[in-house]
Design a protein around this ligand. Structure first.
Ligand SMILES: [Ca+2]
Ligand SMILES: [Ca+2]
Ligand SMILES: [Ca+2]
Ligand SMILES: [Ca+2]
Ligand SMILES: [Zn+2]
Length: 312
């Protein structure tokens, strides 16, 4: 059965409900309650997808990711359920309507940085059998996870990976729990397909991975907002800390869109509370400065996923 996300035009406004559900112990983690509640809404809409994992990319603190199943999920080549897909290619789209930042970047600037980040992954040798293809902005809302929290509209889905744009602090507080609004730079949310029972994940290609349906990426616009306490960490283009480099964060998030998880251990330097990672990699769970190229460890993870594509 094929359902498209046009169905999602039935907007459910649930402001507040998720904020309460998201509070974990110590104000650090949001509980799996966020995913559970999102999925109850998707079920109520009669959709055959469920949110499987949210991965937070943070600064100055650690924030565990939330997932439903222990199992990995991967794109399925030639999956006709993905009407927004394209054969064995992976499609992506940048929502130009949410591309401006409070720090003063234009949507053209942020889109160019995001485009470069996807090109970087695409240029890896092991991706020779897959093309990452950009879809044109449809001129209407191309993302919907935000609407489940009362932010923006419930749009359709037009690409496998949707770069959903820059959203206000309160959205990140709602998704990530208390403190999320000032600690989360961006997050990736991945959805999988489920059977008609609404619960059982599908594996139509028998690769022992859950079948990825779509991925959305959201960026936190509180960084560089002069009215806020994150004014000192503005989003920028090729900027060193304390600025936040868009391409670096986009490269990390695109790694999730291409099925990679977090990598590396975080260490705090007690004198200044700064987080460091070992080994340093694009897929570290926290931001530690400009990184626009792919490290060996990232490449190893990436190629273990893509080298055999489309024969998994
Ligand atoms: Ca573009
Ligand atoms: Ca939206
Ligand atoms: Ca958007
Ligand atoms: Ca599968
Ligand atoms: Zn991440």
């Amino acid at each position: 059965m094929r359902r498209t996300f046009v169905v999602l035009a039935a907007v459910l406004v649930l402001t507040g409900a998720f904020a309460a559900a998201g509070s974990g112990g110590g104000g650090q983690a949001s509980g799996p309650g966020v995913l559970t509640q999102v999925n109850e809404q998707l079920a109520a809409m009669g959709l055959n997808i469920r949110a499987e994992q949210i991965e937070f990319f943070t600064i100055g603190q650690s924030r565990p990711s939330n997932r439903v199943h222990g199992q990995e999920f991967r794109w399925v080549p030639n999956d006709t359920r993905r009407t927004w897909g394209q054969g064995t290619d992976i499609t992506y789209l940048v929502d130009g309507s949410d591309g401006r930042t409070a720090s003063g970047l234009t949507s053209a600037q942020t889109e160019a940085a995001i485009d470069r980040s996807l090109d970087t992954w695409d240029a890896e040798d092991c991706m020779s059998e897959v093309d990452i293809v950009e879809r044109a902005d449809p001129g209407r809302d191309p993302d919907f996870f935000d609407s489940l929290f009362g932010f923006g509209q419930a749009g359709g889905t037009f690409a496998d990976i949707t770069e959903a744009g820059w959203l206000p602090r309160d959205f990140f507080e709602a998704v990530g729990g208390p403190g999320g609004g000032r600690g989360i730079l961006a997050f990736s949310v991945s959805f999988i397909f489920v059977e008609d029972d609404g619960e059982t994940p599908t594996d139509i290609n028998g690769d022992n991975r859950l079948d990825t349906a779509l991925n959305e990426v959201y960026y936190n616009d509180t960084f560089g907002d002069r009215r806020d306490d994150r004014a000192g960490n503005p989003w920028g283009i090729d900027v060193a800390l304390p600025g936040i480099d868009v391409e670096t964060v986009a490269l990390h998030e695109a790694g999730h869109g291409l099925s990679q998880g977090h990598f590396g251990k975080a260490f705090a330097t007690s004198s200044n509370g700064k987080l460091h990672f070992a080994p340093r990699a694009v897929m570290n769970a926290g931001y530690s400065g400009v990184q626009q190229t792919i490290d060996q460890t990232d490449n190893a993870g990436h190629c273990s996923i893509w080298a055999s594509w489309p024969n998994n």
